[in-house]
Design a protein around this ligand. Structure first.
Ligand SMILES: Nc1nc2c(c(=O)[nH]1)N[C@H]1C(S)=C(S)[C@@H](COP(=O)(O)O)O[C@H]1N2
Ligand SMILES: [Mo]
Length: 369
């Protein structure tokens, strides 16, 4: 771990975090890969609305770069009136914004796909929620002054490597359309749940694009370039693309509306009497409007109760209290709808790279007398 002062200086909890305390005694991530480090959030952490930092899923393409914040500077260049070189302190002097945001990796639940798709075989755990604090990207771009003809903003991380056999060495880079970059909720963040951004999550500064799959939120930022053309790098044209219903390939952006049942788990045996089905639901395009639950394999649906915080960019906890009518085998399902009318699909649209696995996920349970 990096021991530089900016990590130690972040230890004071901000007020918004005091309300909902993350687990103080975290264990560890479920390892998917050691080098580069990839790990998912363990199931028991999903009862927490906020994911404790050490249990927040990690998805790295390359080795974690070790950055000394005293040496770190953020370059801003390209189609701008003046190039910038900003220190961490200069960024922190800008207006601070804090938002709770759920981030989901585009490959979350990939292991559900049949036939399987290549890539990290994530189960449920490549999704987590934190309070992120930082500065609106638009405020930094305003200082640089966006020039005529600007179309996109490109973000370059400090990490680099060979992303696939036959490719050359490259840094992790992705761009955003200018309107997304200028959205007031698109942030350059330096704090996570009231602590300095941990090394594995992009220390000292990462981009945070609320509502988009995780790949957009570039970690360990070193350079931001305003472009007058559309960037076509590896992580936008070879990866993070999906075939739509017509077979056309489109880049991933917003997180698809999704709900999952946290408990009971697949194969659980339940005693007759009352019990609660618990879960979470989220959507990139809008807040969650409702979650419906079926206990008969999708024949009939009943509205679940929501509880806990309801925030535009964060997941919604829900429960459905159920009294099984008789002993036997039951198939439980949940289906979310967001305020824009996007309905969680009954089946995931299978795709070659295994992204956006947001179909309804049945859970089989036995009820005994
Ligand atoms: N620089 C850099 N940024 C990155 C990545 C990366 O490998 N390098 N991975 C992306 C992907 S695919 C995801 S899902 C998120 C994961 O962020 P986390 O590790 O903080 O959960 O970071 C994104 N930003
Ligand atoms: Mo990801």
């Amino acid at each position: 771990m990096c021991n530089c002062t900016c990590i130690r200086a972040g230890l004071s909890a901000s007020p918004e975090v005091a309300q909902i305390r993350p687990d103080d005694n975290p264990k560890s991530l479920v390892t998917i890969e050691h080098e580069p480090m990839i790990g998912e959030t363990p199931q028991r952490a999903f009862d927490n609305w906020l994911t404790p930092n050490p249990l927040f899923y990690v998805r790295n393409h390359f080795d974690i770069p070790h950055i000394r914040c005293s040496h770190w500077k953020l370059s801003v260049d390209g189609v701008v009136s003046q190039d910038l070189q900003l220190t961490l302190d200069e960024l922190k002097d800008l207006t601070r914004v804090t938002l709770p945001i759920t981030m989901e990796c585009a490959g979350n639940n990939r292991s559900d796909l049949d036939p399987p798709a290549p890539g990290n075989q994530f189960q449920n755990g490549a999704v987590s929620t934190a309070y992120w604090a930082g500065v609106p990207l638009k405020d930094v771009l305003a200082i640089a002054g966006i020039g005529d003809g600007a179309r996109e903003v490109l973000f370059e991380g400090h990490d680099s490597g060979v992303p696939a056999p036959g490719e050359s060495e490259m840094p992790y880079t992705r761009s955003l359309p200018i309107d997304v970059a200028m959205h007031p909720d698109t942030l350059l963040v330096y704090e996570m749940n009231g602590r300095a951004l941990p090394e594995e999550h992009g220390h000292p500064i990462r981009l945070m694009v609320p509502g988009w799959y995780g790949m957009a939120s570039v970690k360990w930022l070193r350079r931001i370039s305003v472009l007058d053309f559309n960037y076509e790098g590896f992580f936008q044209t070879d990866r993070y693309i999906i075939e739509d219903e017509t077979g056309k390939t489109v880049p991933l952006s917003s997180i698809g509306v999704k709900s999952v049942i946290g408990s009971p788990a697949e194969g659980d045996v339940i005693e007759m009497g009352g019990m609660c089905v618990n879960g979470t639901a989220w959507s990139g395009e809008d807040r969650i409007a409702a979650i419906d639950v079926s206990c008969d394999g999708g024949e009939t649906w009943t509205r679940a109760d929501v509880f806990g915080p309801s925030e535009r960019y964060a997941w919604q906890h829900w429960r459905y209290c159920w009294s099984p009518p008789a002993p036997g085998e039951y198939t439980l399902m949940s289906r979310a709808i967001d305020a824009r009318g996007n309905v969680q699909p009954m089946k995931t649209h299978w795709n070659r790279l295994g992204y956006m696995v947001n179909g309804v996920r049945p859970v089989q349970v036995s009820v005994r007398a």
